[in-house]
Design a protein around this ligand. Structure first.
Ligand SMILES: [Zn+2]
Length: 297
């Protein structure tokens, strides 16, 4: 990609970027890594479950043909990279930049770094963030769960009512037996579920039904009854607001939920000592490209 000056502000990440590019030096190296993510115990035919296949190397990416039913599968089938004409190396670099830098990456910068059009970079990032959102929806908060209310948007006032450009969020944090946080979620509240001054009870019920395990003990704290220092999720929420303001200025409200989810994914990966790149690639390897197409419809 050769635009070294654009990596200047990655500072401590620069060494690992070199390492990263040395590891994923070719399309084949990326395809082999994807194969291992998709089929960690070896090839399994998605049509007949047979475990032996021929490898066909005459295409841009290798194909695996089941020796029983002759079904052909690419390592990108069922991933966000399926049917994309963009090189796997560029996809992998995008995943690296999203996962390995504190500030993430926006579409204009990504388009310059991997030399694709702005539209392509924007779509790649949307698909990556959609994968994070889908993965978040599959996780429920367990143990002791605290749900706090917060608000964001312009002008970020400390009033207890919501200004025209402000909107409420619910911050849920799960705590384990050792009093350590295990998972955090930040969810925007739909317009129909709050008034000028309050989040309605049905929003809390919806949060519980969607994001909290049935056996968890949930405590909800309304803003008017709580001091910030007593809100378990407030430090994470404060950092998330600062991260979004600094990194992604002028985001439309309808896109914001994906950025809350990206921030929470970063925090949750740290809680569980997961490698951010591997964790992100794994999410993207199990999110079909078609899912995104259906969602934007
Ligand atoms: Zn088969």
């Amino acid at each position: 990609m050769g635009v070294i000056e654009l990596f200047k502000d990655l500072t401590t990440e620069f060494a690992s970027l070199v390492e990263f590019q040395a590891r994923f030096y070719s399309e084949e190296a990326c395809a082999d890594y994807l194969f291992a993510q998709k089929w960690p115990c070896g090839f399994i035919c998605s049509r007949c479950s047979h475990t032996l296949a021929f490898r066909i190397d005459t295409r841009r990416l290798p194909l695996y043909q089941c020796i029983h039913c002759h079904y052909q599968a690419s390592p990108t089938v069922g991933t966000i990279m399926e049917s994309s004409s963009t090189d796997l190396r560029k996809w992998f670099t995008a995943l690296f930049l999203v996962s390995s830098t504190e500030s993430s990456v926006h579409a204009l910068r990504l388009s310059k770094l991997i030399q694709v059009t702005y539209k392509t970079a924007w779509l790649m990032l949307r698909k990556i963030r959609q994968s994070i959102t889908q993965a978040d929806h599959s996780v429920k908060l367990t143990g002791t769960v605290y749900v706090d209310e917060g608000k964001c948007g312009k002008p970020w006032t400390n009033n207890f009512y919501f200004e025209a450009d402000e909107f409420p969020v619910l911050v849920g944090i799960a705590i384990d037996d050792q009093n350590q946080p295990t998972y955090v979620k930040i969810q925007m509240v739909p317009k129909s579920d709050y008034t000028d001054t309050d989040i309605l009870p049905r929003a809390i019920c919806a949060f519980h039904d969607t994001h909290v395990d049935d056996e968890a003990t949930m405590t909800h704290s309304a803003r008017v009854r709580m001091k910030r220092k007593d809100m378990r999720g407030y430090p994470t929420f404060k950092k998330a607001k600062t991260w979004i303001k600094k990194t992604f200025r002028g985001l439309a409200q309808h896109h914001l939920q994906h950025y809350w989810n990206e921030f929470c994914w970063r925090v949750n990966s740290k809680f569980h000592n997961q490698s951010p790149f591997e964790s992100l690639l794994n999410l993207c390897a199990f999110t079909p490209s078609s899912l995104y197409a259906n969602l934007v419809k």
